[in-house]
Ligand binder design. Structure first.
Ligand code: GDP
Ligand code: PGA
Ligand code: MN
Ligand code: MN
Length: 611
């Protein structure tokens, strides 16, 4: 620690490993102060007040949005940075062809240079957290050290954190279990010289988001954006956890989890993997339009799934909040999200601010006559620029969700009946297709394609392969990841595993409009899925799998022409034939690491298309 480092709250743990690591980080980064987070309401009040003082936060009108804040990022720091994200495995081969790689020792040397003195003039916050339940058999601990109060406040919403976590680590330690914890180091990378005023959104043009898979360690530098800086989420719960899952025989996936109850009172659990900004949060909180059906939410972004003693695949949501895409969210598309948000206790980033101290974004009702855009500029409905960034987000406690299923609190999770894969495709991919079996479903997931979105920096609308919606999140060689999926099917009783489906809410008609109305109407697709599980709904076999037989999809009361429905469900052999060389090119990337069964699945698809 520098001679001037003071600890505002003295280390509230005697855990030697944690104290040693925090001391080592402080020596390197040289913060002015160290604050050990308790997770208390008082701490939240202090931190949010300090964020108001630096101009990072604007407190919203408590009558409309209690205990909530608006933040605007630097315009260059609005999304995940995939080209700056690295998997620094010891062997390059283990990062695979889909990740950036650098030798871990070389990366550490480079980043130590960046971290040296990088917290000068700032407070270093130590955040003990757990992904998943504190009462889990093996709680998944982490310690995030960050020089950002914004990150600290957001982490309190998104993860279980604070003193309780430290106490649990110590308790397990005392019981001789020496629990593992993931060290997660984050800095915005903008030290303050004596007398230098801070800016509202400190960050650095140089960014690195780095996972060291063997060491189960995360180093992040230069960005304050959620996916780059709240290290429990993408970095731990997906990238590092996927490596743990490979080693231990489970799955860490980019999936929502929902509970669906039929009018007859039969309950099923569905997990769904869609790439970022492709509809997970909306489906997780869906309000069915078909009478008698009910959806309850369990998770909206991440599922950790393990084979239970009963041979079924059990899923938990390791998170504690929603980090949802704001634009497009409204009383019609997602009434449950709106109700959740209105309870307050939320951080809104890069949305517009209205004169009455509320937030607004494109797609929300009650368009204001004027507002301040996310860039801090005056905005009116006539403005040509968007008021909210396309990847603007609300960060809201999950416990505020009135349709949160009770099972959310169960460390065992829920047994998954169906897995959906889906993406944004204008063409080719029908509304819903059922896989023939586990390997075929794995093939669907492995070849999943989607148009890129504003959730990551870069071009938007470009079709790319995004296997299992995990392209930016697989912490190891994607060829091995496919083998791991195939292995889950091989090593377990197929009859007890979830059935797999491929969905596409985003197919477009000749007029360029979406063919399927989406949102609450997606309950009709969920109904068909559930009825397939029970052998009730009819399907027709096509070269790509089973699609709804005429009349089997409930379209009662739906404002959709027969022609639109037919187009949404269509399997066009020519479109699929055009897809084949793209899939071949994709598979060739993995060389011998691609499991042979996926090549066989492709051969089967080709043969069926020719037949
Ligand atoms: P996530 O990032 O995967 O959680 O995706 P979200 O649920 O936040 O949705 C991302 C964007 O897609 C938002 O602008 C939504 O309004 C939009 N969206 C979500 N579901 C649907 C749907 O069923 N149909 C259409 N057309 N848009 C949707
Ligand atoms: P999303 O989560 O999947 O809800 O967009 C954030 C992200 O993936 O960056
Ligand atoms: Mn996500
Ligand atoms: Mn989401």
């Amino acid at each position: 620690m520098s001679a001037t480092t003071e600890t505002t709250t003295s280390a509230p743990t005697t855990h030697p490993g944690i104290v040693a690591w925090v001391t080592e980080v402080a020596e390197l980064t040289q913060p002015d102060r160290i604050h050990w987070c308790t997770g208390s309401d008082e701490e939240w009040a202090e931190l949010t007040a300090s964020l108001e003082a630096t101009g990072t936060f604007t407190r919203l009108n408590p009558d409309v949005m209690p205990n909530s804040f608006h933040a605007a990022s630097d315009p260059t720091d609005v999304a995940r940075v995939e080209d700056r994200t690295y998997i620094c495995s010891v062997a390059e081969r283990d990062a695979g062809p889909t990740n950036n790689w650098m030798d871990p020792e070389q990366m550490k040397e480079l980043m130590r240079g960046l971290y040296a003195g990088c917290m000068r003039g700032r407070t270093m916050y130590v955040i003990p957290f757990v992904m998943g339940h504190l009462e889990a058999d093996k709680p998944m601990f982490g310690i995030e050290v960050t020089d950002s109060a914004y990150v600290t406040v957001s982490m309190r919403v998104m993860a279980r954190m604070g003193t309780d976590v430290l106490r649990r680590i110590e308790e397990l330690e005392a019981a001789g279990e020496s629990p593992a914890w993931v060290p997660a180091l984050h800095s915005v990378g903008m030290p303050l010289e004596p007398g230098q005023a801070d800016v509202a959104w400190p960050c650095n043009d140089t960014k690195y988001i780095v996972q060291f898979p063997e060491e189960r360690m995360i180093w992040s530098f230069g960005s304050g954006y959620g996916g780059n800086a709240l290290l429990g989420k993408k970095c731990y719960a997906l990238r590092i956890a996927s490596v743990m899952a490979r080693d231990e025989g489970w799955l860490a996936e980019h999936m929502l989890i929902l509970k669906l109850t039929s009018p007859q009172g039969v309950t099923k659990y569905v997990a769904a993997a869609f790439p970022s900004a492709c509809g997970k949060t909306n489906l997780a909180m869906l309000k069915p339009t078909i009478p008698g059906w009910n959806v309850e939410a369990i998770g909206d972004d991440i599922a950790w799934m393990r084979i239970g003693e009963d041979g079924r695949l059990w899923a938990v949501n390791p998170e504690f909040g929603f980090f949802g895409v704001a634009p497009g969210t409204n009383e019609h598309t997602n009434p449950h999200a709106m109700e959740t948000i209105r309870k307050g206790n939320s951080v809104f980033t890069n949305v517009a601010l209205t004169p009455d101290g509320n937030v607004w974004w494109e797609g929300l009702e009650n368009t204001p006559a004027q507002a301040t855009s996310w860039k801090g500029e005056p905005w009116t409905p006539e403005s040509t620029e968007l008021s909210a960034h396309a990847n603007s987000r609300y960060c809201t406690p999950i416990k505020q969700c009135s349709i949160l299923a009770d099972e959310y609190d169960d460390p065992r999770g829920v047994p998954i009946d169906a897995i959906l894969f889906g993406g944004r495709r204008k063409t080719t991919i029908p509304l819903v297709t059922e896989a023939r079996d586990w390997n075929h479903g794995t093939f669907m997931g492995a070849t999943l394609s989607s148009e890129t979105t504003a959730a990551a920096v870069g071009a938007v609308g470009v079709v790319r392969r995004d296997p299992m919606a995990m392209l930016p999140f697989i912490g190891y060689n994607a060829g091995d990841y496919f083998s791991h999926w195939v292995g889950i099917g091989k090593d377990n009783d197929a009859a007890k595993l979830p059935r797999m489906f491929y969905v596409n809410w985003f197919r477009r008609g000749d007029d360029g409009d979406f063919l399927w109305p989406g949102f609450g109407e997606n309950s009709r697709v969920l109904k068909w899925v559930i009825e397939r599980l029970d052998g009730q709904a009819a399907a027709v076999e096509t070269p790509i799998g089973h699609v709804p037989a005429p009349g089997s999809l409930d379209v009662d009361g739906l404002d959709l022409t027969d022609e639109q429905l037919a187009q949404a469900l269509a399997v066009d052999a020519e479109e699929w034939k055009a897809e084949i060389p793209q899939i071949e090119e994709w598979f060739e990337k993995f060389g011998d690491d691609l499991p042979a069964v996926l090549w066989s699945e492709l051969d089967t698809l080709k043969a069926r298309l020719e037949a």
